[in-house]
Write a protein that binds this ligand. Structure first.
Ligand SMILES: [Zn+2]
Length: 113
């Protein structure tokens, strides 16, 4: 499981949702919109099912993802306030920062020594 991939899927899920909504409202009037809507719906269901499986794995503490920097795997963490991040044993905390949180950055844990 690549953390960066799932991180960006989570970020852009609303685009799929928007396409589905647009298709529902205007789909009858435009072929390309209904095609896009159908594709978005397919992706939405696909990622929804995988998301559900990941959610169950996360709930049971079995979800680990691959660090985008060193490919080491570490546990995924999340909170309502801060979104999702992962802990890499080598790089520290991996989370989004910058414009809309689109850049993934490694944050070294504070050395306690
Ligand atoms: Zn790492």
């Amino acid at each position: 499981m690549r953390f960066s991939f799932w991180y960006y899927i989570g970020k852009f899920a609303w685009v799929l949702f928007l396409l589905i909504v647009l298709d529902t409202i205007y789909g009858d009037q435009s072929l390309w919109l209904s095609t896009l809507g159908a594709m978005a719906m397919g992706l939405f269901v696909f990622f929804g099912i995988i998301g559900m499986i990941l959610g169950i794995m996360y709930g049971t503490g079995h979800l680990r993802m691959r660090c985008p920097f060193c490919k080491e795997s570490g546990p995924l963490e999340s909170s309502k306030r801060e979104g999702i991040w992962m802990e890499c044993p080598r790089c520290g905390i991996i989370r989004g920062s910058g414009f809309l949180g689109l850049v993934l950055e490694a944050e070294r844990p504070i050395d306690e020594s």
